[in-house]
Design a protein around this ligand. Sequence first.
Ligand code: NAD
Length: 362
Amino acid sequence: MKIVSVSEDIKFERRIAITPEIAKKYIALGFELSISENYGEHLGFRDDEYKELGVKIYKDEKEIINSGDIIVQLGLPSDDKISLIKKNQILIGVLNPYKNKEKIENLVKNKINIFSLELLPRITRAQSMDILSSQANLAGYKAVIESFANFEKAIPMMMTAAGTVPAAKVLVVGAGVAGLQAIATAKRMGAIVFATDVRMASKEQVESLGGKFLTVEGSENLETEGGYAKETSEDFKKKQEELLRETLKKIDIVICTALIPGKKAPVIIKDNMITNMQTGSVIYDLAAVQGGNTAYSEVDKIINKDGVRIMGETNILNKLPISASSLYAKNLFNFVTNLYDKENKKININLEDEIIEKTLIK
Ligand code: NAD
């Protein structure tokens, strides 16, 4: 059984799907591996390191793709690479089936088995494969680091002979995986942390991390059976707006993470709230690429609105690609081994397995 991976376009994607650590594990299970020349060079993983483990390195990406039973990637490969994938081959990645609908439909029509890992069910058995959690966790951490680096005051309270520097106040909007890590990171650095979410289950989690949960008055729990958020009503939006407008006057840094699956991100931090914030405040919007949680979010730009800087990026994980690749490659390995029938040494696309059924694009 051959697993292959071709280089991503590192201008946009610096993460990789097979790290040397994971290559060793695939090989120990009896898989053959092939990758492109200089595949992990930008992360300090030299070709020789892979070769010593038994990985084959090719210059010609056509040769790599042709030889693979399973092609593992981050994003959907470029059109010229996609056109090389043939019937019955398997492609696994974070393929964004909403954005790449047409291209993916064509691949499916050509009987290529496509698995998109953002469709993984959030069930206990899938936790070791959960790329959404592993990557969101790192993103939440890094959003705090980026915003703190752009904030021109100290974060922790400091009592000095020259006077006291007050602790910075952080608000985290959306307390899912990214938000909870943002709370933990901001707390560790000495900030006073507040958080809000539409799912009431998150209140306890926020409090267990030392954050103060801000509940929208009279709100019901807006959580789906799958644990995701529901869209809010107009009444809820109005109440949330009132709560945040007052709170934001005292907040120094906002970390936005609020998402609704399959939809544009909700705009939560409105124009008039930003106007009320203190000059020098910073907003890091992790939802910017899905449309943004603020009225002004734009990707890969820092917008200055009345002295409040609002920032967001297309792919914050490109700023910690080694950690992100390490976790992604492990998640992917666990997904592949779940697909693999060890006894008969073949891939078993068992549609009775919820993990396989939910991630396979039909
Ligand atoms: P997500 O990225 O879809 O959304 C981020 C957060 O934004 C969520 O907490 C959501 O409730 C919140 N949000 C949405 N609209 C909002 C609004 N208008 N105002 C405030 N907050 C808003 O979520 P996620 O981080 O992927 O987590 C989704 C769920 O999955 C959570 O319940 C989490 O605990 C659960 N989960 C379960 C597992 C598992 O294996 N069992 C693993 C990971 C996550």
